[in-house]
Write a protein that binds this ligand. Structure first.
Ligand SMILES: C[S@@+](CC[C@H](N)C(=O)[O-])C[C@H]1O[C@@H](n2cnc3c(N)ncnc32)[C@H](O)[C@@H]1O
Ligand code: SF4
Length: 351
């Protein structure tokens, strides 16, 4: 795919999405489409202890810490055919802690990744790194600040080293440099997660960072990481905590037919909620993504999910999965199935 022209890339993507939908709606477990890559984890080292994050406070992540190596990253880039846009080059951990981040971003861009992004906590976004980001070819940067005031920010993004003032100064410096150099890339989004602590600060946050030069502000929906651990529910906006507790998943999770997340050590998991890689479906150190996508483990998981029997600790309490009602006659409209069903009833009555 990497050498494809714009038109052929577009057509391949359309075809892949067609088979993605076809497989989902028809309940197939062995798929003709290939996965879109949602995220590749550059590192899971982190320098903050955010209260809403499994890598935070308390740190409940048990898998080993490490950085994506050059060799593995090169192999993964050679393996991938379809990317979510943006394809994120972070998962858990702070990407700016990776010592070779900018070289790896440049490598990914030289291999034709269409839209590569990172989310950063901006604690390490000093003048040198600001320049390096602007020169790296990165397409999208999400700067996660989570608070319009010092007290709220520092209650959420816990650190004994980095203050609200310092993080804001880093972000302003980055936005100023980008403007001074007349760069439009990376598209820069400031994000604040919508939680009980932040809900009254959203408008102030937006006003401040738009004026400072951000391209876009997002109010990021809060996730409870699939309710694997109930500790996360109490941080949600109070009005929707009960929904988080009681809502149940009614349709199969579309992720299993669509996309993957790749951990820093090459393990493939079905969803970004799987912070400890408890549902590892394959390993890109030893297998290709194509092999992993239709491995027995993936097919078994899809079958259980389709049949309402997926009781893995990752999925059994999850009510934040993309919910699409299956249509067994897709791509025909659902009404066709209803008419067909009605006709067969008439047929039965006649017989
Ligand atoms: C896990 S962080 C890793 C990247 C980087 N350390 C950062 O903080 O941006 C990736 C993204 O997840 C977001 N995040 C963390 N906890 C979250 C939660 N409970 N709900 C929604 N987003 C969350 C962060 O704001 C960030 O944009
Ligand atoms: S949200 Fe980001 S900065 Fe905060 S603990 Fe998680 S990985 Fe680290």
């Amino acid at each position: 795919m990497h050498g494809d022209s714009g038109l052929s890339l577009y057509l391949k993507n359309r075809q892949n999405r067609f088979w993605q939908n076809y497989g989902y709606h028809h309940g197939q477990v062995k798929l003709r489409n290939l996965p879109e890559v949602f995220a590749i984890e550059s590192t899971n080292y982190c320098n903050l202890r955010c209260v809403m994050c499994p890598r935070g406070e308390p740190d409940i992540m048990e898998r080993p810490l490490g950085n994506m190596s050059d060799d593995l990253f090169r192999k993964i880039l050679g393996d991938i055919e379809f990317y979510k846009e943006p394809c994120w080059f972070h998962w858990f951990g702070e990407p700016l802690m990776h010592p070779r981040l900018f070289d790896q971003i440049a490598l990914a861009k030289s291999q034709g990744i269409p839209d590569l992004g990172i989310s950063t906590n901006a604690t390490l976004l000093d003048a040198d790194r600001a320049q390096a980001i602007l020169d790296s070819g990165l397409d999208t940067i999400l700067i996660a600040v989570d608070g319009a005031t010092k007290d709220v920010y520092e209650r959420i993004r816990i650190s004994s080293t980095f203050t609200f003032e310092r993080v804001c100064e880093n972000v302003r410096q980055f936005l100023d440099l980008k403007k001074r150099l007349g760069r439009t890339r990376p598209a820069t989004t400031l994000s604040i997660i919508v939680m009980e602590e932040t809900k009254s600060q959203l408008d102030d946050f937006k006003r401040y960072w738009l004026a400072a030069g951000a391209d876009e502000i997002i109010f990021k929906p809060y996730t409870t990481w699939g309710n694997q651990d109930t500790q996360f529910i109490q941080l949600a906006v109070s009005e929707i905590q009960e929904t988080h507790r009681t809502q149940v998943r009614t349709n199969p999770c579309y992720h299993l037919w669509e996309s993957v997340v790749i951990a820093w050590d090459g393990r493939v998991v079905p969803c970004c909620f799987d912070f400890d890689a408890t549902v590892t479906l394959g390993d890109l150190k030893t297998h290709s993504l194509r092999e992993v996508w239709n491995s027995q483990a993936y097919q078994d998981l899809r079958q259980k999910e389709r049949d309402g029997e997926n009781d893995s600790p990752l999925c059994r309490n999850c009510n934040q999965a993309p919910s699409i009602e299956r249509n067994p006659v897709w791509p025909l409209p659902k009404q066709v199935a209803r008419v067909a069903a009605a006709l067969s009833i008439i047929e039965n009555e006649r017989n």
